[in-house]
Every structure is written in C-alpha cells, then in structure tokens.
Design a binder for this molecule. Structure first.
Ligand code: R5P
Length: 313
C-alpha cells in the first residue's frame, strides 16, 4: 500500500501537527519561502514518489496567499511523482461567492474549485462548507464533514432546558435545525439583510425567544455583523441576556472582537479550522477538529467509507 504523507500549508500548522500526532506520523518536510520580489517558492524536502499525499491548508486570511500555496504545493507534489493528492481544507474560503449577486462579477467559488482540481487535487475533504451548491463546483470526490456533532456536544452541558437555537439568517436555518435535532431544542429564525461586507441589518425574529437562553449558530463569524445583529434582535424580543454562540470557522476579522465584546456573550464555542487571530483576546472554547480529520484521512487512505464520520443527520 502507498505511504500516507501529510503536508502542511502555512495556514494552520498547529492543526496539521495535531492531525499528524493522531495519525502517528510527522508532517512532511516542506520549505515555504519567498523570492526577493515576493514570489512564493515551495520545496518538498523529502521523496513523495508514489505516496498517498494529503495537503492540509485552510483557505483563510490572508486568503489569496493561502490559496496560492495550496495550488503550488499540489503542483510540486504532482511533479515529484505523488501517487494521489488530496486537499484537506478545514476551511474553504471563497465559498460564499457561489453566484452572481449583481452583474459583472465572478463566481469565485467556482473558479477556486476549478483551480484546485486543475493543479491535480484528486479528492477534497472539507468541513461545514458554506453552501451546499459549492460541492457541485467540484467534479472530483468531495468528502464534506461537519463539526456540528462536536460543537453540539461541547455546548450541551451549558444549556438550560429553556434554550433556543437561533438561525441568524435564512441561510443558517438548515444548520440550526441540525443543532436543534441533536440538542432537542426549538429553533427561532432572525431575518437578516446584508448591506455590505461589514454591515447587516436584522428586523425581526420568527419563533419564541422570550425568557429563553439563545444559542446562535452559524458556519462562520467573519466581521461579527451577523452574530451581533442576531443577538440584538433576539435580546430586543426578550431573550435571556446570556448568549451562547457556536460557530465552525472563527475568522474574526476587523470589528468582530469589538462586536462580540459589546454583547452579553456567556460562551463562544468554535473549532480550530482556522487559528484564532493573534489580536483576538476574548474568551473562546476551541474544539479541535484533529481527531475527526485524522480519522477521515486514515479511512480515505485505507479506502474505507466515511459515512458514519460525516456528522450530517
Ligand atoms: C453568511 O451567509 C454566513 O453564514 C455568515 O453568517 C457570515 O458570512 C458571517 O459574516 P459576518 O460575521 O461578517 O456577518
């Protein structure tokens, strides 16, 4: 059987190291450097000929840098004779741009999917993809796992019986339903409108939140606008001011930390799909994806099913 090799991009080396530990291996020696003019230069410093190579990289900020690295690593692997190359993308950026919101703009999610396949990735593993449509942009095998079971398990001990799961916008309703089913709680939905990349407005909430502890769930926090608007809307509707937030991808850019600071947040629970930004000092409970990703990699390497790992129900 081909050797299993794990290569870490620079987006989240700590997670890659943790995955490697679970697999009982070390990450492959790779030098990621720059030419004096800023161009990226990658060298794989060990033979990977014939190997079953897994490249772990989150397409997280700085997004373009991490994306280019992901592409260059595949090219280096292919030219070095790797047997098979799988992209393990704990967070896949650009997935929000899955359609044209107005004219004269790219469908970036499609373009990124094309690029990932063009450079030689033969399989994709990712977690809580922003929109199901994005899976259809790939023609290679895609393994979409979910962090919902892990996050729901982490928040369960914190929940009073009168909690309510909050979908902060219509796009999060299915996700909220999955939390609700696991935790045996009702769902309320906030009606949000996005005004710009950093600004949203929310007008009302459908569902009973009065006196209940709100558990706001989403696939990601970017600037915190969505969570803030949802929190303020449910608080105005009488929800208990002890908010629990469960989010898979804590990008936490720009005003996110300040926005969370201004809210009565009892607990923020996230995964390590992306590292918490160094300037984020707020408390957060981080649930590691390492055991899940390691199990997925091991099963793919052994050609075994991932059915019971996916976490979709
Ligand atoms: C939107 O559809 C996503 O699920 C998130 O709600 C959104 O991307 C979060 O961004 P922000 O934190 O900037 O509102």
């Amino acid at each position: 059987m081909a050797k299993l090799t794990l290569i870490a991009g620079s987006a989240n080396p700590r997670l890659a190291e943790a995955v490697a530990r679970h697999l009982g291996i070390e990450t492959a020696a790779v030098e990621i450097g720059r030419f004096p003019d800023g161009e990226l230069h990658i060298t794989i410093q060990q033979s990977i000929r014939g190997d079953d190579v897994f490249v772990m990289q989150s397409v997280s900020p700085p997004v373009d840098l991490h994306l280019i690295e992901l592409l260059f690593i595949a090219d280096a692997c292919r030219r070095a004779g790797a047997g098979r190359i799988t992209a393990v993308l704990p967070y896949l950026g650009y997935a929000r741009q899955d359609r044209r919101a107005s004219g004269r703009e790219p469908i970036s999610a499609r373009l990124v999917a094309d690029a990932i396949q063009l450079v030689g990735y033969q399989r994709i593993v990712t977690i809580d993809l922003h929109a199901p449509a994005v899976e259809g942009f790939f023609t290679v095998a895609t393994e979409i796992l979910s962090a919902v079971p892990l996050l729901a398990g982490a928040i369960q001990p914190l929940l009073p019986p009168d909690a309510v799961i909050i979908a902060p916008d219509l796009g999060a309703v299915k996700l909220a339903d999955r939390y609700a089913r696991r935790l045996g709680l009702p769902v309320a939905i906030v009606h949000k409108e996005r005004l710009s990349g950093e600004m949203v407005t929310a007008s009302r909430v459908t569902g009973d939140v009065r006196g209940r502890v709100p558990v706001i769930v989403d696939d990601m926090i970017t600037t915190g606008a969505t969570i803030e608007a949802a929190a303020r809307t449910v608080l105005a509707a009488g929800a208990h001011p002890a908010i629990i937030i469960a989010v898979t991808h804590p990008l936490l850019v720009g005003p996110a930390a300040a926005r969370l600071d201004g809210l009565p947040v009892r607990r923020l629970v996230v995964t390590d799909s992306v590292p918490l930004p160094s300037d984020f000092h707020g408390p957060a409970d981080v649930v590691s994806l390492a055991p899940l990703l390691a199990a997925a990699i091991k099963r793919l390497h052994d050609q075994r099913s991932l059915a019971d790992l996916r976490g979709y129900r």
